[in-house]
Write a protein that binds this ligand. Structure first.
Ligand code: KE4
Length: 424
């Protein structure tokens, strides 16, 4: 498949933008080659600047559970845009979207909108520190919560699991306030809570991991997370990727979680920039202008993003059968991948929850981030390009999740498996 126009556009973009991209994963560093410049999407399909069509499993990294350019979502955005783009003042749509969030997450009493998942988790952490008066945060290796300084941290050595920066520009003084543990290691979490629970403001976690590839939480790990309450530690479920995807009430509903705060994004904005942090009133009322925890944003709650998000959530709410549909399609894709890779004698693990999944090229099971890192990246690279050149756009990193939408059909799954069979 030739992409001369994308190649020219990529060369041009690199003169003006670091790496030619607005977010690193898009530069294809993990898989090599020139990223197609995508200029049109419709349903489960995208077209690049050279006119090539792809079946899309990136789906903008999660927001597009309804597929690209859903007619009702686009129409609602157009209608609002006719009236003006932004006011920096309260708008009726904000409380309407907040109420939709509360219908999905009944334990939520107050919602604050921001513009990205990064802002949502950054603000939720500040709120947890302000509410508890404590300064330490716990996160897990392989979990990604956006690029706020204190979150670009890796597990340091030593029993204290002190964080060390995983990005230039993050002072080690910031990193030290983040304690990093292994996901799905309940005993390490219990030990840390026994040792330092009283110093910890919050535990931030992906309830189903998408950013190490998909990792599924074990029941005992979920249990250990909820034991944090005994130490006065707040539990923050980062549902930026899983919210409204794994169920209308996200992983919180699907797994029966009881977080003190949740962060949301992606589907919440329906494809436009909107995210949120939310929780019960006694915590959320600490946020300015009610309380002492400051957080603000010029375009927070902007009418276009509110319209796209509200249209998306209302369509999901009107079609509860969509989740069963996505479960069935995901199961069919998973089964097909397993059969094909087994038949070809290729060691693999397929981790899936609902409509998000990852193929690892390693002997299964892949339960921890350490397991995920055993994946054969060279084979993944050939898997990725073998699919891309046959018109199937898989996520260009093995440490990401592939996403289905309600616009994906059985025949799209069949086409994917056929392309993979040829590629293999
Ligand atoms: P944003 O700041 O990118 O809107 O959200 C950060 C974030 C927070 N929490 C979770 C669980 C997330 O998955 C993300 C962002 N996800 C990545 C995809 N793995 C966004 C894609 C990208 O960085 O380009």
């Amino acid at each position: 498949m030739e992409r001369p126009i994308s190649q020219r556009l990529f060369a041009e973009a690199q003169k003006h933008i670091p790496g030619g991209v607005s977010s690193p994963v898009r530069a294809f560093k993990a898989v090599g080659g020139t990223p197609p410049f995508l200029v049109r999407g419709e349903g489960a399909y995208v077209w690049d600047a050279d006119g090539n069509r792809y079946l899309d499993y990136v789906m903008s990294w999660g927001p597009l559970i309804l597929g690209h350019a859903h007619p009702e979502v686009v129409r609602r955005v157009q209608e609002v845009a006719q009236e003006g783009l932004t006011f920096g003042a309260p708008h009726p749509l904000e409380a309407q979207l907040a109420q939709a969030v509360k219908r999905a997450y009944p334990q939520v009493e107050l919602v604050r909108f921001v513009n990205s998942g990064t802002e949502a988790t950054m603000s939720a952490i500040r709120l947890a520190r302000g509410y508890t008066g404590r300064k330490y945060l716990v996160k897990f290796r392989g979990n990604y919560h956006g690029h706020a300084d204190g979150l670009l941290v890796e597990a340091g050595s030593g029993a204290l699991t002190l964080g060390v920066p995983s990005s230039a520009g993050v002072p080690e003084e910031y990193a030290r306030l983040t304690l990093v543990l292994e996901y799905n290691d309940p005993e390490a979490l219990r030990a840390l809570l026994r040792e330092r629970g009283e110093e910890i403001a919050a535990i931030l976690f992906e309830p189903v991991v998408g950013n190490a590839g998909v990792l599924v939480p074990t029941p005992d790990f979920l249990q250990a997370l909820h034991e944090a309450r005994a130490y006065g530690v707040l539990l923050i479920a980062d549902e930026v990727m899983t919210g409204f995807r794994l169920a209308f009430g996200g992983a919180t509903e699907r797994l029966g979680l009881k977080p003190d705060l949740i962060t949301l994004g992606k589907i919440l904005g329906g494809g436009l920039p909107a995210a949120a942090y939310a929780g019960r009133r006694e915590i959320m009322e600490k946020v300015a202008p009610l309380g002492p925890v400051y957080q603000a944003g010029t375009l927070s709650g902007n009418p276009l993003a509110m319209a796209a998000g509200l249209a998306t959530l209302e369509i999901l709410e009107r079609n509860p059968g969509y989740y069963a549909y996505l479960e069935g399609l995901g199961a069919a894709l998973e089964a097909g991948l397993r059969q094909l890779l087994s038949r070809k004698g290729i060691p693999h693990a397929v981790n899936r929850v609902g409509s998000m999944l990852t193929v690892f090229f390693a002997e299964g099971p892949v339960v921890t981030f350490q397991d995920a890192k055993r994946t054969d990246l060279g084979l993944f690279r050939r898997f990725f390009h073998g699919l891309l050149d046959r018109g199937v756009y898989w996520p260009p990193s093995n440490f990401e999740a592939a996403f289905l939408s309600v616009a994906h059909r059985e025949e799209d799954v069949a086409k994917t498996l056929e392309a993979l069979d040829q590629a293999l």
